[in-house]
Design a protein. Structure first.
Length: 135
């Protein structure tokens, strides 16, 4: 029984009190539920935004990584080309050195052969004349 002390009148009794308390509790529960639902939607929206941002960053990172991978592959290809060119340069330098060595050898042999020939006279016989005997 709920009594108004000012007037000593019975305001509510029995089931009416229980019903009123149930309604008040129901309203409070609904308010709490709606508040929790709003927080949940808010958190859900934040979670979705975070997930989208993370996915966008991951895609950007993956794209950057793919570009770096392509650049790295290109770098390796250019490095192999450089190594091949350096090997070819070494081979050409070796061929050039070998050619110079052979040229020096042939030149020495020619010079030796020319030195081994008898000396020609200072004034050769005129063309068409008989060779003169040499003393």
């Amino acid at each position: 029984m709920l009594v108004d002390w000012a007037t000593d009148a019975v305001v509510l009794e029995g089931w009416d009190i229980l019903l009123q308390h149930s309604v008040i509790l129901g309203i409070l529960a609904t308010v709490v539920f709606l508040f929790a639902l709003a927080i949940g939607f808010s958190a859900s929206e934040l979670h979705i935004r975070l997930a989208l941002r993370i996915r966008r960053e991951w895609l950007e990172w993956k794209d950057r990584d793919d570009q770096l991978g392509v650049a790295h592959d290109e770098s390796r290809r250019l490095q192999r080309q450089l190594e091949d060119a350096q090997r070819q340069l070494v081979a050409v330098k070796g061929q050039r050195a070998n050619f110079r060595r052979k040229l020096r050898q042939v030149t020495r042999e020619r010079d030796r052969a020319l030195k081994a020939l008898p000396k020609a006279p200072a004034s050769p016989d005129p063309p068409g004349s008989a060779p003169q005997p040499r003393p």
